[in-house]
Ligand binder design. Structure first.
Ligand SMILES: Cc1cc2nc3c(=O)[nH]c(=O)nc-3n(C[C@H](O)[C@H](O)[C@H](O)COP(=O)(O)OP(=O)(O)OC[C@H]3O[C@@H](n4cnc5c(N)ncnc54)[C@H](O)[C@@H]3O)c2cc1C
Length: 468
């Protein structure tokens, strides 16, 4: 079997790895630029987080809960997988397990709620954790006003250096002699009847195979728009994210330290990358177009957060690199994974902010459906050709978005006046969001908080409502 994989991020590489391990005759071409432009996987921390990502509403919302369980199912894969990849590649892949969650008071009480949600989730699923004194966290030295009041240690949630992980995977694939890396972009796919017949590269070359995996991250919609496949997919947006690589020397953390999720973002986190470097992340800007550079407000906020909330000695660190990656974010914010109505076309994208962590589960599923036509894993929720899943009622979505917006303002230096300013702002945002919902015809469903501006500026049109 000849498989063509479009996209050389973590989903493309892990899919190829699973396929060559399970079928000794398979041949694979992986198409993607050698410089990995916009690659989310390489800008990631990369944290293996499930419980650390819980929000106040995650476990009470049916869809969010399913997504959490999917994410959680990836955690047990990593310790053995990393060992195996290190062994097969002969390379060191820096990683570690154990994550500190701090509850500081830099933003508002949304953060306290999310910290409580993490604690409740850990208890509900009997996940091991320890309550610890914040001042006992190694290399944690926040500024006085930003010190945490509470902290926990989640034993099994860890991190990996994504650069050494991807390099290790490439090495193994290359050494297998059955995987060819094509340094090019896929411009479009050609359809002939019920099948994709070939992909056209930017250089004009055509590449064909028996099966096609379309996993180009956030550029998915561009390729679909060029291809005329007569399939209807949700749009994938660019979740432009910036992370900073700091040379922290003796102040390098032995473990991840992070806050709970914050409004419209994933909080502040810091993850070791090796003995001397720490990665601090991350910003998120949803856009229909790619941005190649980071906005200075993102860099400013991350530098300030690192020095104030993680370790005040980072003032003397070198800023080694500003990473920019595009999180593939679908219009209903859920992944798009699986078969399509074109028999030999499989899609894998839309993993937003946890695709690296989930990649062992996703790649197992892709290998299952390619090699056996079926899988024991239930990925129905992520069917690529779907109507948008409506996760929230209108009232829930408006309430969540108002809270996220105010919380996000605190992350960007908001100091309200002494008076009713916050209540007035809440009313203003709530009225504005009600109007927007009326304008787009969202009466019995709510717009996901991240997608407010995509609806506001007409980048998403309303479709038939599907209540799950
Ligand atoms: C700042 C940041 C922090 C993150 N932190 C975490 C984290 O801690 N944990 C976690 O699990 N996830 C994290 N994520 C999310 C995670 O990175 C993504 O969910 C995941 O990496 C997506 O993988 P992918 O293979 O689908 O896409 P990508 O990693 O984006 O890879 C797509 C690849 O395809 C290439 N490509 C683009 N267009 C074409 C084309 N036309 N033809 C061929 N190739 C093409 C790109 O150059 C790229 O190399 C983070 C993301 C960002 C941006």
């Amino acid at each position: 079997m000849e498989v063509v994989i479009v996209g050389n991020g973590i989903l493309g590489l892990t899919a190829a790895y699973k396929l060559i391990n399970r079928d000794k005759d398979i041949r694979i071409s992986i198409i993607g630029p050698d410089n990995n432009k916009g690659c989310a996987s390489l800008a990631a921390a990369a944290m293996f987080n499930s419980f650390a990502e819980l929000d106040g509403h995650t476990l009470s919302n049916e869809i969010d809960r399913k997504k959490f369980l999917f994410n959680k199912s990836a955690t047990p894969y990593w310790p053995d997988l990393l060992q195996q990849l290190e062994h097969e590649s002969g390379r060191k892949i820096e990683h570690g397990f154990g994550t500190f969650i701090i509850n500081n008071h830099v933003s508002d009480d949304l953060e306290d709620e999310n910290f409580d949600a993490i604690l409740n989730g850990l208890r509900e699923f009997y996940e091991p954790y320890e309550v610890i004194a914040p001042n006992s966290i190694p290399k944690y030295k926040p500024a006085a006003a930003a010190r945490a009041g509470r902290a926990i240690f989640i034993n099994r949630e860890g991190w990996v250096n994504p650069i050494s992980l991807m390099a290790g995977l490439k090495e193994i694939l290359f050494k297998s002699g059955r995987v060819k890396f094509v340094n090019d972009y896929c411009n479009k796919l050609y359809r002939k009847g019920d099948l994709v017949s070939s992909v056209m590269l930017a250089s004009g070359i055509l590449v064909s195979g028996d099966v096609y995996i379309l996993s180009p991250g956030a550029t998915f919609t561009n390729i679909i728009n060029e291809s005329n496949l007569e399939l209807d997919f949700l749009k994938i947006f660019y979740g432009v994210g910036c992370s900073l690589l700091l040379r922290t020397g003796p102040d390098t953390l032995p473990n991840c330290i992070r806050t709970p999720n914050r409004g419209l973002a994933c909080g502040v986190y810091s993850a070791p990358q090796n003995q001397t470097d720490t990665l601090v992340g991350a910003s998120n800007l949803i856009s229909p177009e790619p941005f190649e550079n980071a906005r200075i407000t993102s860099v400013y906020t991350l530098l300030k957060s690192a020095m104030e909330q993680i370790n005040s000695d980072y003032y003397r660190s070198d800023l080694v690199k500003v990473n920019v990656g595009w999180r593939p974010t679908s219009e209903d914010t859920l992944p798009m994974i699986g078969k399509t109505s074109i028999t030999n076309l499989i899609v894998a994208t839309g993993t937003k902010r946890d695709g690296l962590h989930c990649s062992p589960v996703i790649s197992d599923y892709l290998a299952d459906i390619i090699l056996t036509g079926k899988s024991e894993q239930d990925m129905k929720l992520y069917t690529p050709e779907r109507e948008p899943v409506r996760m929230y009622t209108r009232e829930e979505a408006i309430q969540i978005t108002v809270r996220h917006t105010i919380n996000a303002a605190y992350q960007h230096d908001f100091i309200p006046s002494k008076g009713r300013m916050v209540e007035d702002l809440e009313k203003y945002y709530s009225d504005d969001l009600n109007k927007l919902h009326d304008q787009v015809g969202a009466y019995d469903w709510g717009i996901p908080p991240e997608m407010i501006n995509m609806y506001r500026y007409g980048h998403i049109s309303n479709r038939k409502t599907v209540l799950q």
